[in-house]
Design a binder for this molecule. Sequence first.
Ligand SMILES: [Zn+2]
Length: 549
Amino acid sequence: MKLKYTYLPVLLAAVLFVGCKQKETTTASTGPVTTDDIKSHIAVLANDSLQGRKPFTAGETKAIAYISTQFKKLGLEPGNNGSYFQDVPMVEIKGTPTPTMNIAGAKGNFTLKAVEDFVIFSRREENAIQIKNAPMIFAGYGIVAPEYHWNDYAGLNVKGKVVVVLVNDPGFKSGDRTLFKGDTMTYYGRWTYKYEEAARQGAAGVLIVHQTEPASYGWNVIKTSNTGAKLFLQQADKHKSRCQVEGWITDSVAKKILASAGINGDIRALARSKTFKAIPLNMNVSVGITNQLKYAMSHNVIAVLKGTARPDENIIYTAHWDHLGIGKPVKGDSIYNGAVDNASGVAALLGVAKAFTQTSPKPQRSIVFLAVTGEEQGLLGSEYYATHPIYPLNKTVGNLNMDALGFYGPTKDISITGKGQNELEDYATAEAEKNGWHTVGDKKPGAGGYYRSDHFNFAKVGVPALDMNVGEESIAHPGDWGKKQSDDYNDNHYHQPSDNYSADMDATGMAQIANMMFNIGYKLSNETTFPGWKKGSEFKAIRDKSMGK
Ligand SMILES: [Zn+2]
């Protein structure tokens, strides 16, 4: 007895200590999603046996089986008319360009070398693509943006021609914050948009001039992401509505070509001027591609919790389950496990799903949980869902997306991707401020982060979409510790085989985001209103139209 008694203060202290710890965790979490749940899901999804979760591999089979089993265990209904899966038909295109691109002009010829000077590919599901002596036109930024009264294609016929366009939009580094969104990239600045617009205009080809600062990455990124096989969604028209050739040329090559057509100096400033009109280059370009095609089916995983009062209205949570698979070994490791990118987001989504099944009262609107495929290959699974929605888009209140959640604990700053877009951010800010935290925008707004994960495909069809992550101001560690952790991940582990799970991984920051997302979704589910896009957002008009406004 005595002996025990003497231990009591120690025991008490231990209990108090544990109590304190738990309190700290709940302060940072403020919700029902637990870090233990999140870690247990990551441990499975980022295990070597899933081989990096690449679409069409045994890793896909295991990943989607795990996620659907979890949905079932939670008692969630299958989300797609009795099935937990949505088929996503894809085509893999491995394009091999001709070794050179030949440009013939009155003032001389240019022979561009593949990879070194240009990269091209074609989404057209054809074995051989050939562009012969197509006239070239410099079309400035290649943008048609009615809300900014901007049209680089005004009065232009580009049928059968190849357009040369600049990356990013006129606002970037213009010093004018009223021109587009100033240094914040609008969707009109993104390379995917340049390709889409050139196709709408009927151009045979589109070449983007690569400039490191407005692109936000170097030529090395262009090279690695444009060589080798690429995946696309299968299209009924076999991508015949797209340009024959899409690609990039280096800044130095572009400058030489433009100079020989009499275009000199700061081309971005030239194309930014109000009086700018597209300039025919009086040159013809010839280039070809041989395509190897492979068709295969991947899968989104989907479940639903029906709303008690307004089941036809829904809130949709997303996280991509796929990663890069097995690739180039680094330090003897060839499995790209993607523990952070994006086992963390799927784990958080499963955590949020569990929280909804346990909450009382039950949500009045339906809650949809969607784990999408093919994000790493170009946001394909979410594009498929957004263009083949199972729940009507004009009844979809919002999309809440989680991708690559921080593993270094909770932060006081909550990062909103592409801050300034829509009213879901106001829910996030209110949720943060309730806990004494605050929301922040992108560190590099010119990099177009809002267009780089799955929420973007919802935005593109008008559904307000929120992507959120921890920031850099660690709650537990002073100074720039959090920033260092974040930088270390981006510099050394992002898209590397070292993005691994280990038992000492800190998932408390992931839980912080998951709980905020749960609270936001729960609040939305019990409201009758539909949050909208903010004034000036390039997605506002699309939503207004789909809502019949
Ligand atoms: Zn990724």
